[in-house]
Design a protein around this ligand. Structure first.
Ligand code: UD1
Length: 429
């Protein structure tokens, strides 16, 4: 199994190109199931989760072709992929595939909307706590589907098609909002989704669906209204920049010091995280085609943080921010409200010398003046990258094991960091 080896202590200086967002690319790819026409996505990141989803879509019969490499192809520009779901040959999403990535359960929305029936494995356990699918099931039932849970599968049917309705999410869910919005595009009549997620990836999916002929208003607010149409067409859409990758590298720079421009991204994708980082001592300014980050001259200040749905502080940046706080002046309280059990990085950061006390949903991080490199590992992707951030500022050598977690969500991580002066390399085997 590959490992990442880091020798800490270097400041980061240079430019990092931000990739297309994993969490936008996945639902956009799934949206290709809604039409028999070709959906072309640009700026698709090259990630293990994207590859896995191509296998899942391929199993349903989606034809995919990656637009060939051009002369002087710049890997930072992402890939362009055509998806064509003219012939859906199988409406079953099997356990072997769905269990590897939770988001693949989301095919349930488009399959039900277009094929009026499907059988999708329940996603099963997950390293960051129980992640049920009750909101998806209740929402799709509200649109007229019958869904039985049978032998680990959601067996769904909508004879004659889905029918629009009003559905109030009892809890904000990104995935369930994606799925109900997709499903409602082909339902008869009007669907109103209340207490919907407002993440930029929801807006990106809505923009793509609108380009495909869907009638959607209100995406990006907590009330989304969808007028069903009989069929959707193809479209060409560019995946929005990855705000979590943006925040991760911004935190790495705040941690090590230095001066980095993140290209192809925007501050409005992560307002709270940017404000929090500024409070912690980073200077962030908008420059042409991106963001410039450097330390504002002082050290790292402790700032309390609570994770929240967008526009709040993203749970997907909680571990990285905790890594930064391990070297802050003072003590920071970090509260996780989205997922239970999303603190596995605490014990590993402690191996590097961090002082963190856990009590329920709150981690109290008392900054220390030095971290010391050690072998570490983590069981989810954001936790893994938090260990990389800590390793960049630790004295001596840190090896991060189980790199496959990083490959799920961070494109060419070691290349992007070493391009800015970090001593970081992948060791195979
Ligand atoms: C998405 C993101 C993930 C991010 C999360 C929260 C993708 C591919 N993944 O995950 O990176 O961390 O949003 O921003 O976009 N819940 C239920 N019942 C349900 C569905 C969810 O109780 O049917 C709960 C979850 O357990 C969790 C909360 O709702 O506590 C929010 O989860 P949700 O927004 O659905 O996360 P995902 O869409 O899975």
């Amino acid at each position: 199994m590959d490992r990442i080896r880091i020798r800490g202590g270097n400041e980061l200086k240079g430019t990092i190109a931000i990739s297309g967002a994993k969490n936008a690319a996945l639902p956009l790819m799934i949206a290709s199931l809604l039409t028999d026409d070709t959906l072309t996505l640009e700026n698709v990141p090259h990630l293990a989760d994207v590859e896995l989803l191509t296998r899942i879509l391929g199993n349903h019969g989606v034809d995919m072709s990656v637009v060939g490499k051009r002369l002087h192809h710049d890997p930072a520009l992402g890939r362009t992929i055509h998806f064509n779901a003219r012939n859906i040959v199988d409406t079953t999403a099997p356990y072997e595939l769905v269990s590897k990535m939770r988001a693949s359960f989301w095919v349930i929305g488009p399959l039900l909307a277009r094929m009026h029936q499907c059988k999708v494995s329940l996603p099963g356990g997950c390293a960051i706590g129980t992640r049920p699918v009750d909101l998806f099931i209740d929402g799709l039932r509200a649109l007229g589907a019958t869904i039985d849970i049978d032998a680990g599968y959601a067996v769904a049917e909508a004879k004659g098609g889905l029918v629009g309705n009003r559905f109030v999410f009892p809890k904000i869910s990104v995935g369930a909002t994606h799925v109900l919005m997709m499903a409602a595009t082909l339902a008869k009549g009007e669907t109103v989704l209340e207490n919907a997620a407002r993440e930029p990836e929801i807006v990106d999916l809505a923009d793509c669906l609108i380009a495909m002929g869907a009638k959607i208003t209100g995406a990006g607010t907590s009330r989304i209204v969808i007028q069903g149409v009989p069929a959707l067409s193809g479209a060409r859409h560019r995946v929005l920049p990855d705000r979590i990758e943006t925040g991760t590298y911004a935190m790495a720079v705040a941690m090590t010091g230095g001066d980095v421009v993140l290209t192809g991204t925007r501050a409005d994708l992560l307002p709270t995280a940017m404000a929090t980082l500024t409070g912690a001592g980073a200077a962030i300014s908008e420059v042409e085609n991106g963001l410039r980050i450097y330390r504002n001259g002082g050290g790292i200040s402790a700032v309390d943080v609570t994770t929240d749905p967008f526009p709040g502080f993203p749970t997907d940046l909680q571990a990285q921010f905790m890594a930064l706080m391990t070297k802050a002046n003072g003590t920071a309280a970090i509260t996780e409200t989205i997922f239970e059990n999303r603190f596995m990085h605490v014990q590993e950061l402690a191996r590097l010398g961090a002082k963190i006390q856990l009590s329920g949903q709150v981690a109290r991080v008392e900054g220390v003046s030095r971290l010391k490199g050690a072998p570490v590992m983590a069981t989810d992707l954001r936790a893994s990258v938090s260990l990389v951030i800590a390793g960049l500022a630790a004295e001596g050598e840190t090896t991060v094991n189980r790199v496959y977690h990083l490959d799920r969500g961070f494109e060419r991580l070691e290349e992007k960091l070493s391009g800015c002066g970090a001593e970081i390399e992948r060791i195979s085997g």
